[in-house]
Design a protein around this ligand. Structure first.
Ligand SMILES: Cc1ncc(COP(=O)(O)O)c(C=O)c1O
Length: 394
C-alpha cells in the first residue's frame, strides 16, 4: 500500500537530528546546554492559568463556534485597534489551534498548483513545508546580512510574475530577529497592491521587541489591508505555547474559507484555552514587560559575547529571542579534527565536543549561520558561550 504523494512533499526537519541527539545526551546524564528552544522559558502567568481553571469549574468544556468564542474575537479586534491601529469586524477574525494552524489554513485557502508564493530567506522552516503541501511553487528570495536580512523593494520587484499569489512576511523574524520599519513595509505594500497579490504577515513575535517598534503591514492603508492576512497568537507573548491558541485577521471571504476548512479538520480550538487567551489578550500584563526586560538583557550579553569570538560575527537582533550568528569564516576549517563543511557539521561538532545544542542555519535556508535561542537562563547562556569560545580557541 502506498502513502499519498502529498506525504513525500514534506521534508524531514534537518534540525531534528541535532535536537533528538541533544535530548538523548541529556537523558544519559550529559550536561548539554540547549540553545534550540523555540519557546519562552517562563511559566504562563498565574492569572491566565486561573482563568482556565475557572472555566473548567464553570463547565465551559463543550464545543464552541469553530472560529472561536465571540468574546475572544471581540478582544482580538480591540487588540488590533489598540496595538496596530487596524479596524476589523468579527467575521474578519478566526481563532485556531496555534498560529501555525492559522497559517496552514490561510495557505491552504489561498495557494494551489500553478501559484507562486514568495518566501524571503532565511525563513521559518514551516512556511516552506506548508507552501509545498498546498501544491504552490515556493519562490525563495535570499536576503543579505548587509541589508539586515530584509526583503528589498528592488529585489522583490524582480521576482513578481503573473503567477505570484502571495508573499510571506515575518517581522520580528524567526530566525534573524530583524524587524521591518514602516517605510520598508510601505515599499512592499505598494508592490502587493500594484501587482495584486496577498501578503501573509506573521506577527507572532510582535510583543518581543527591544529596539524600534512593530508595524503591521495591514495598517498601511485600506488597499493593503484587503490583501493581508495577519497571523498572530498568544504562544510567544504570554508564554502559552502549549495552550495552542493562534488567530488570523483578514478579508471576510478568506477568513470564511479558513473557517470552513477548520470546520472539517479540527473544529474549535480548546474551549478552556480560549478563555485563558481571552484573559491574556484583554488584561494589561506586567509579566510581559518583565519577560521583555529579561530577554533584552540576555540578548545584549549573548551578542556582545558572540562578536568577541574569533571567526564569528552577529547582527544585533531587534526582536524575538534568537541570535543568528554568521559562521562562514569557520567553514573549511577543522575543529577537533573534524572538517566544518556547513552549519550542520558545525552544530554537530558543537554538540559532540562542546555539549552545546544549536540549530543549523540550513534549516532556515541559510547554511552559513546557526540559530541560538536566548530563551534560556543567563547562567546557561554564559556557560554555553564559554564552551563555544573554548572549542573555537583550541
Ligand atoms: C515565526 C513563527 N510563526 C509561528 C509560530 C507558531 O506559533 P504557535 O505556537 O502559535 O503555533 C512560530 C513558532 O515557533 C514561529 O516561530
Amino acid at each position: 500500500m502506498k502513502l499519498a504523494k502529498r506525504t513525500a512533499l514534506i521534508s524531514p526537519s534537518p534540525t531534528l537530528a541535532v535536537t533528538a541527539k541533544a535530548k538523548q545526551m541529556k537523558a544519559q546524564g550529559i550536561d548539554v546546554i540547549g540553545f534550540g528552544a523555540g519557546e519562552p522559558d517562563f511559566d504562563t502567568p498565574i492569572y491566565i492559568k486561573d482563568a482556565a481553571k475557572k472555566s473548567i469549574d464553570e463547565g465551559f468544556t463543550k464545543y464552541t463556534a469553530t472560529s472561536g468564542i465571540e468574546e475572544l474575537k471581540k478582544a482580538i479586534c480591540q487588540k488590533f485597534k489598540k496595538d496596530n491601529a487596524i479596524d476589523y469586524e468579527l467575521p474578519q477574525i478566526i481563532v485556531s489551534c496555534g498560529a501555525k494552524h492559522s497559517l496552514f489554513n490561510a495557505i491552504m485557502c489561498l495557494c494551489e498548483k500553478g501559484d507562486e508564493v514568495i518566501l524571503p530567506s532565511p525563513y521559518w522552516v514551516t512556511y516552506l513545508e506548508q507552501i509545498k503541501l498546498s501544491g504552490a511553487t515556493p519562490v525563495i528570495i535570499e536576503t543579505s546580512e548587509k541589508y539586515n536580512f530584509k526583503l528589498l523593494h528592488k529585489t522583490l520587484k524582480h521576482h513578481i510574475t503573473p503567477k505570484t499569489k502571495c508573499l510571506i512576511l515575518n517581522s520580528p523574524s524567526n530566525p534573524t530577529g530583524m524587524v521591518y520599519s514602516r517605510d520598508e513595509l510601505k515599499a512592499i505594500a505598494d508592490l502587493a497592491v500594484k501587482n495584486e497579490f496577498y501578503v501573509i504577515s506573521d506577527e507572532v513575535y510582535e510583543k518581543l521587541i527591544y529596539e524600534g517598534e512593530h508595524t503591521s503591514i495591514a495598517s498601511l492603508g485600506p488597499e493593503i489591508k484587503n490583501l493581508t492576512i495577519v497571523i498572530n497568537g498568544v504562544s510567544k507573548s504570554y508564554s502559552m505555547t502549549g495552550w495552542r491558541i493562534g488567530y488570523a485577521a483578514g478579508p471576510k471571504d478568506v477568513i470564511a474559507a479558513m473557517g470552513n476548512l477548520q470546520d472539517h479538520s479540527t473544529s474549535n480550538p480548546t474551549s478552556i484555552a480560549q478563555k485563558a487567551a481571552l484573559t491574556a489578550i484583554s488584561e494589561n500584563d506586567p509579566a510581559l514587560a518583565k519577560m521583555v526586560r529579561e530577554f533584552r538583557a540576555r540578548r545584549d550579553y549573548m551578542i556582545e559575547k558572540l562578536i568577541s569570538i574569533p571567526g564569528v560575527s552577529c547582527l544585533k537582533p531587534q526582536g524575538a529571542f534568537y541570535a543568528f550568528p554568521n559562521i562562514s569564516k569557520l567553514i573549511g576549517k577543522k575543529i577537533k579534527n573534524q572538517k566544518i563543511t556547513g552549519s550542520l557539521s558545525f552544530t554537530e561538532v558543537l554538540l559532540n565536543e562542546a555539549k552545546v545544542a544549536a540549530v543549523p542555519g540550513i534549516a532556515f535556508g541559510a547554511d552559513k549561520y546557526i540559530r541560538l535561542s536566548y530563551a534560556t537562563s543567563l547562567d546557561n547562556i554564559k556557560e554555553g558561550l564559554k564552551r563555544i569560545e573554548n572549542i573555537l580557541k583550541e
